[in-house]
Design a protein around this ligand. Structure first.
Ligand code: ADP
Ligand code: MG
Length: 308
């Protein structure tokens, strides 16, 4: 049985080129529906892919949630790995570009997207899957306003020898301070920090902490949230790159100054996501129950009628 499973796809334009592969739009000739083909670059063509990794990736096909981009097929042939996803019209970064910076997006869109993002993340965390690279380019938005998580650390997580583009600068803007300081034992709290940064960015249409390197990134965070001390963050002294002498002692500033369009409930939720101490960060589940979401558009609520 050596049929080429990719033959049924008619390749269209390139949608994106990220860290680990190229994504093409394609037409499934059998169903007449569009898909996104993600070709994963492998470190060495000869090496092949461990079957355990294929199995692990294939498990993601079982992840069925309205806020997670559907992985339809995993094609592994001729030492190539191609993931076939449902096609979604836009990513959040492109979506932002439609709105004038001075006016921002309507608050109801911010609320709806944040809720959907949290529901998607909650579903991952429930399955013990971390995303680890949440950012606007990795969130897709359909034409009817449905937000879906994409670009899981698929390859990275399953130990596939992927080849990364050297020219690609990995963005630090959504990375939590504990990870920037070298923590390796992060957990679901890593994604919550990123969600907080994206929440602020949706509200401001501007990244909250846009550092140019790791030290600058930490400085930008500490300037707003205050430089941490072992009193509120006891594990601080165990972090590999933490050197108190490297950072000025900033006092916490008022976050409202940096997110002027957020109402008090929104600010309260944001503060709970942006805790420097990861153990204090709110969980996705608790965040979904926050008063900020006491009113949601009907269309959003309808998404979850069949979700456990
Ligand atoms: P990378 O690991 O290379 O960043 P991504 O999965 O994030 O790969 O894809 C790169 C870009 O391609 C995304 O930022 C998005 O613009 C586009 N893209 C990815 N998946 C889809 C999809 N299912 N439908 C439409 N566009 C997509
Ligand atoms: Mg990406």
């Amino acid at each position: 049985m050596k049929s080429n499973k990719l033959e049924k796809y008619e390749k269209k334009e390139k949608l994106g080129e990220g860290t680990y592969g190229i994504v093409y739009k394609a037409l499934d000739r059998n169903t007449n529906e569009y898909v996104a083909l993600k070709k994963i670059r492998l470190e060495s063509e000869e090496e092949g892919i461990p079957s355990t990794a294929i199995r692990e990736i294939s498990l993601l096909k079982e992840l069925n949630h309205p806020n997670i981009v559907k992985l339809m097929e995993v094609v592994h042939s001729n030492k190539k790995l191609v993931l076939v996803f449902e096609y979604v019209e836009m990513d959040l970064k492109k979506f932002f570009a439609q709105f004038p910076k001075e006016k921002g997006m309507e608050p109801v869109i911010v609320k709806s997207f944040l809720y959907q993002l949290l529901r998607g993340i909650q579903a991952c965390h429930q399955q013990k899957i971390l995303h680890r690279d949440l950012k606007p380019q990795n969130l897709l938005v359909s034409k009817d306003g449905i937000l879906k998580l994409a670009d899981f650390g698929l390859a990275r997580a399953s130990g596939i020898p992927v080849k990364s583009f050297t020219h690609e600068v990995v963005t630090l803007w959504y990375r939590p301070p504990d990870v920037l300081l070298g923590s390796k034992n992060y957990n679901t709290s890593i994604d919550i920090w990123s969600v907080g940064c994206i929440f602020a960015e949706m509200s401001n249409l501007k990244p909250l902490f846009a550092g140019s390197n790791e030290t600058d990134q930490l400085k930008k965070i500490f300037r707003v949230l205050g430089t941490p001390t072992p009193i509120e963050y006891p594990k601080l002294n165990d972090l590999p790159s933490w050197k108190p002498e490297n950072f000025e002692q900033y006092q916490p500033d008022n976050l409202a100054k940096f997110c002027p369009r957020l109402d008090p409930d929104g600010l309260d939720l944001l503060i709970k996501m942006l805790k420097i101490n990861p153990d204090q960060r709110i969980t996705a589940k608790a965040a979904c129950d926050h008063p900020f979401f006491k009113e949601l558009p009907e269309q959003v609520k309808k998404l979850y009628v069949n979700v456990k």
